[in-house]
Design a protein around this ligand. Structure first.
Ligand SMILES: *Cc1c(COP(=O)(O)O)cnc(C)c1O
Ligand SMILES: [Zn+2]
Length: 400
């Protein structure tokens, strides 16, 4: 294995190692089944990592650049990452901390991955970057492309929420509506990128997206003075975020920056629970039947998660669990979270908090972190339809 280039790649399916110029977005042999792990020279970087991080003034995702696969010159100028970690007031039990990633340029954790994608594309001389997505990933990519002077093409299912489509267009992206769901959009994007030589950011093909997302784990550890929590609750759709959170904590542990890896708790909607079923069955990342997804939490509505290997590894290697929650529990968690600490999450994001409530919360002396991945402001229609706001939004109108 050579680290001359700063990092190396390993297929999570066939375990072959590659130098960076030997593989593209995923394993050349396993193709779409072969997600790559990006590996660094942990021994060299590890010794000085905490001091190196502390040298960077700005609290954003780029302070961890010694464990990111980019040349820093190409990063978009927008402040990305560096989100607050709040203590949730609650009666009894252990400590609950809320990592508020709604505080990103487009209101979701996806900005961490899209910022990295824009930096990678610009660094490699691409002029156009594309992705398939139903919402947050595409909005984030449209934004980061605008900030980086790249052309952005989005492949979105025609059923995608209007609010998120409007957000993409406001940033100047070309939005191509594809008949069908995410799977059809994914294929259309894959073909267009091949034909036109565009950079492809789609989750499930681009193995580098975990690298941007893992910075949220670095931040949590640094905000806790490198004392990691006992558990971290993460919402799971395609499984990229949960896999990345595990990778981030595991890298810190491997470098000796922290003394253990927290138990990673993956939360799925009951109507979109492929990972939960595969984990329970103990039959590996392909060990469950893909069923049509049925949940109003759009960002975690996935029939067959694309980052299955990384998601399963996160739970199994950390001693964590998958938890499922109903849509009713998810929407209750939206208001419970907003009312207890003032953080307004979209349904897919509030699922993490719903999962923690269902699981029972940390015992006295323990700490749990709830990862809030996206703002509620982009899913108002869904919130109103859920009925948890008894009065709708108008309330009582009083004549002046
Ligand atoms: C994308 C997304 C998720 C799920 O992340 P995956 O990587 O697909 O598992 C959860 N919450 C929000 C707000 C998202 O945008
Ligand atoms: Zn492979």
């Amino acid at each position: 294995m050579s680290f001359e280039t700063g990092y190396t790649l390993r297929c999570l399916h066939c375990h072959t190692n590659y130098a960076i110029n030997e593989a593209g977005y995923c394993c050349p042999t396993c193709e779409l089944d072969g997600a790559l792990d990006v590996l660094y020279d942990y021994e060299r970087i590890g010794a000085g990592f905490r001091q190196d991080v502390a040298r960077h003034d700005s609290f954003d995702m780029w302070r961890y650049r010694s464990l990111l696969p980019i040349a820093p010159d190409f990063r978009p100028a927008l402040h990305t990452g560096g989100s607050p970690l709040y203590e949730l007031k609650q009666d009894g039990g252990g400590r609950v901390l809320v990592k508020d990633d709604t505080r990103n340029p487009t209101g979701s954790l996806k900005d961490r991955a899209s910022a990295l994608a824009a930096a990678l594309a610009a660094g490699q001389g691409f002029d156009t970057i594309a992705t398939a997505s139903t919402g947050n990933a595409a909005a984030a990519l449209a934004c980061m492309s605008a900030a980086s002077g790249l052309r952005c093409v989005i492949f979105a299912p025609s059923s995608a929420p209007r609010e998120k489509l409007a957000q993409m267009r406001a940033y100047g992206a070309s939005v191509i509506e594809v008949e069908g769901g995410y799977d059809e959009a994914f294929v259309a994007c894959y073909r267009a990128c091949k034909e036109n030589g565009w950079y492809n950011r789609s989750t499930g093909i681009n193995s580098y997206m975990s690298e941007g997302k893992k910075t949220v784990a670095f931040e949590i550890a640094e905000q806790m003075q490198w004392q990691v929590p006992d558990r971290v609750f993460v919402p799971v759709g395609n499984g990229c975020i949960v896999g990345a959170v595990y990778k981030g904590f595991h890298e810190l542990y491997k470098m000796g920056c922290t003394d253990r890896v927290p138990r990673i708790m993956g939360v799925q909607a009951a109507g979109s629970d492929f990972m939960y079923r595969a984990w329970r069955a103990g039959t590996g990342p392909n060990g469950a039947e893909a069923r049509p997804a049925r949940t109003s939490a759009g960002s975690i509505s996935v029939a067959l998660p694309r980052d299955r290997i990384k998601a399963l590894r996160a739970i199994e290697h950390s001693g964590g669990e998958f938890v499922t929650v109903s849509d009713a529990e998810i929407f209750d968690a939206v208001t419970a979270l907003a009312r207890s600490c003032g953080v307004f999450a979209e349904a897919g994001a509030a699922a993490a908090y719903a999962g923690m409530r269902k699981w029972g919360g940390p015992a006295a002396g323990e700490t749990a972190v709830v990862l809030v991945t996206g703002t509620g402001l982009k899913d108002i229609a869904g919130l109103l339809r859920s009925g948890v706001l008894a009065e709708g939004v108008e309330g009582q109108v009083v004549a002046a």
